[in-house]
Design a binder for this molecule. Sequence first.
Ligand SMILES: Cc1cc2nc3c(=O)[nH]c(=O)nc-3n(C[C@H](O)[C@H](O)[C@H](O)COP(=O)(O)OP(=O)(O)OC[C@H]3O[C@@H](n4cnc5c(N)ncnc54)[C@H](O)[C@@H]3O)c2cc1C
Length: 399
Amino acid sequence: MATATDLDQLREELRAFAQANIHPRLVGMDDLDVERDIWRSPHHPAHDEFVAYEQASLEARLVCPHWSPEYGGRGFGELEMAVLAEELAAVGMPRLTRGMGERLCGPSIVRYGTPEQKARFLPRIISGEDRYCQGFSEPGAGSDLASLTTRGVVEGDEIVITGQKIWTSRAHLANVIFLLCRTDPDAPKHQGISFVIVPMADNGIEIRELITMAGDNAFCQEYIDGARAPLDNVIGGLGGGWKAAMTTLGSERGAVAAVQHLQYQRELDELVERAREVGRIDDPIVRQELAWAQCQVHVMEATGRRVLARLADGEELGPEASLTKLVWSEYHRRLGEIAMDLQGAAGLIRPEGDGYPIDRWQKAFLSSRAETIFAGSSEVQRRIIAERVLGLPRERAAT
Ligand SMILES: Cc1cc2nc3c(=O)[nH]c(=O)nc-3n(C[C@H](O)[C@H](O)[C@H](O)COP(=O)(O)OP(=O)(O)OC[C@H]3O[C@@H](n4cnc5c(N)ncnc54)[C@H](O)[C@@H]3O)c2cc1C
């Protein structure tokens, strides 16, 4: 564990990095995920600044810095990651992240991958060569993920996959999908599932984009017809996919717990400013709603500190990650409603322009409706909290 002096030194280094890399067009943005790479387009106004910031982050080894130095990281623990987030937030700069490769598949590779798999997959996530999407959900398997029916058949030293996936965020921007498939149909439901990293190009995977009510093509469905991957791409061994998937889901639900209040505080400050602009800052109901939101952000900060202390002590988050997911997603959905109420009738009118333009608060309102569904719905989180955190009796299976 890092000592206080180490942390002070690191904070100084990261503060200097953050200040040396302030790019005005990037200030105030959410973290920059590799799969959303609109910044890479030479036509984007922030393209040059993005490229410069990406380069500086890579040189300072601040892309996936929590991974081991032998794979390109710096071996940061949770405390060091929190310091990085705090120092970037202090100057309003986003963190350069590698999205689902870093946040979802990476933790499963780190935990269950062989040394050879780590050496093969992790550096390509850091460099940005591989952009991942998550192929877990299927039309008949969402909350009850273990009902998935996509098949994986071993042929020589390859695995051949056939089936359908849905709601796959940003699949149209990814070159790799990590998916779950059933490799042993005779095994009990949670066994016989394998976790496989599959290249997407020219591999029998047809991608159809789905348009969300926020007007974007944020997710897709895939028709998979005999896609092939080397058996070496199976993480956690054949039939060992469920445990690797649980690491992914735990990370998806809980990894941001320690620092998420930073982003919500920034957003809330903007909403308070908006209330001033529209002349409603003295409205007692509005003040009450904003005060409620501020309390929630403080609760998230306090919870984050507790999570940080546990992780720093080497403990794992486990099912408690569901608490984090439930709190932030329910909070954010309510904040979207508050923001729309604040705008009054103006909130119902989209800005002028081609396509389907929506303003910042309309987007927050519409997108946050999905947040209580993805990474496990609120009902499912409540069930996990009831049964696995509080130890209440298990829900009876529906007949
Ligand atoms: C924006 C967005 C992005 C997504 N991105 C991805 C992605 O990248 N990759 C991926 O694999 N998936 C992704 N998903 C899918 C997401 O994980 C599923 O939508 C989610 O797990 C719910 O599954 P479902 O949609 O099949 O709903 P269902 O499981 O059919 O649930 C329907 C309703 O029943 C409730 N319900 C179900 N079971 C229970 C129960 N036991 N007790 C109480 N209530 C219950 C649910 O809460 C829900 O309200 C995404 C979803 C969204 C909305």
